[in-house]
Ligand binder design. Structure first.
Ligand code: DGJ
Length: 406
């Protein structure tokens, strides 16, 4: 019996190999040309770098948040498209699923924009910072998001609510509106003078909205003008406490002051009790977590899509009082040369507690690319708690073993 190949056969074999390699390369370059790359398996986070899903497509879930349900993480975020139009909602809210946090399966569009011109979520509106929580009593998944009506810039400052029976949806849009209509905050004394400021005619006089905009440090906060019609809510997040109570945290009063409002037991509406916090501190991009009985807050300043310095705060209760701690960021993102003063070129969106790991929290941020929003990037970094607060240090690459105890 003959073993091995003669030189002629070997030459044939190597030609075949070469041909297969070149076919493979050609296929890869075709895929790359149409923006799709083969699915990669990740074993680490690479902040600021392109992140692909199981189909080899760039993950499209900006301003996002994560729900952990029955062993699976669901990442919800704004689906962006290329070009300036991508700053408005042309598709809806995208959802991905993962069990290891590195590798994400595309689960499609959880909440689709509508083609009905009378719908609040008609294509071309603004849908930002969607967050989903699970209600154990109703067994439903509840999505809240910041909604701006089509063609009205950022004036509507509404919250949208949608529900689904499965985490990945499809979500049914229920309604949108202003927050805590006609409700008085728990942490503000109700005096006759303040009551007067809530009367509609006050808005018609010298204190018109336009004038107030030019006079942001005026004495009378927007809260009073918005009392009858409902409070503004733009950048937002949701938080479910250990006792099952859920809260909506949002940039209100023309982004000058934050409000924290408890949700009804079914999580579909505001319950009515709320507080005004970080008064006149001009914050956006809220994220919150609970750790060892304390509540930690992460946010940004207000500079549109441009990065600024992050903010942090701590409290013993969700409703506060909150104590500001300063900028938690440390280090520099070598890809853009930006350090803590610009939050590595990013803006916060969520704090994710890692399931099954003690003291493991990930701070999630977005690097916005407003000229080509689809190219926005994600920055995920571990939170390191200190005696009096926490730090978020830049890392080029890291994995969950950073949370392993020595
Ligand atoms: C910053 C916010 O954090 C984003 O969600 C978005 O609303 C932009 N501003 C719009 O300029």
């Amino acid at each position: 019996m003959r073993r091995g190949f003669d030189s002629h056969q070997l030459k044939g074999l190597s030609l075949m190999c070469l041909r297969s390699v070149s076919l493979l390369l050609a296929a890869l370059s075709t895929l790359a040309a149409c923006g799709v790359c083969p699915a990669a398996e990740y074993h680490a986070f690479r902040p600021g770098q392109q992140w692909l899903d199981d189909n080899g497509e760039v993950i499209n879930a900006h301003g996002g948040g994560i729900l952990h349900h029955e062993g699976v993480y669901y990442w919800f975020g704004e689906h962006k498209i290329a070009g300036r139009r991508g700053n408005t909602a042309q598709v809806g809210v995208h959802v991905y699923a993962s069990t290891d946090l590195y590798n994400w399966r595309d689960e499609g569009i959880a909440l689709a924009v509508s083609d009905d011109p009378d719908s609040d979520i008609v294509r071309g509106c603004v849908i930002e910072r969607p967050k989903v929580i699970y209600n154990a009593t109703t067994n439903r998944f509840v999505m809240w998001f910041h909604l701006e009506l089509r063609g009205q810039g950022y004036a509507a400052a509404r919250s949208g609510v949608a529900v689904a029976d499965r985490p990945t949806g499809p979500y049914e849009f229920l309604r949108s509106g202003r927050a805590v209509v006609g409700q008085w905050p728990l942490n503000l004394d109700r005096t006759p003078e303040r009551e007067r400021w809530t009367q509609p005619e006050q808005d018609d006089q010298q204190l018109s909205r336009r004038r107030r905009r030019r006079d942001p440090d005026g004495e009378i906060p927007f809260f009073y003008f918005d009392f009858p019609g409902g409070q503004m809510a733009r950048d937002m997040t949701l938080f479910v406490d250990d006792d099952g109570a859920a809260y909506h945290l949002y940039a209100s009063e023309e982004n000058r002051t934050f409000q924290i409002a408890r949700l009804t037991d079914d999580y579909l509406d505001h319950a009515g009790d709320f507080v005004r916090v970080f008064e006149r501190r001009l914050m956006e991009a809220p994220a919150i977590c609970r750790r060892q009985g304390k509540y930690y807050f992460l946010a940004s300043g207000c500079t549109g899509w441009a990065p600024n310095a992050a903010r942090s705060a701590v409290a013993d209760a969700v409703f506060g009082p909150w104590q500001e701690l300063g900028n938690p960021c440390v280090g520099v993102n070598p890809a853009n040369g930006l350090g803590a003063e610009k939050t590595f070129g990013a803006q916060s969106t969520f704090i994710l507690p890692v399931a099954g790991r003690e003291d493991a929290y990930i701070a999630m941020f977005d690097i916005w690319r407003p000229r080509n929003p689809i190219d926005g990037r994600y920055v995920w970094l571990p939170i390191e708690f200190t005696d009096d607060g926490y730090q978020i240090r830049w890392r080029d690459e890291w994995d969950l073993s950073v949370f392993d105890k020595p």
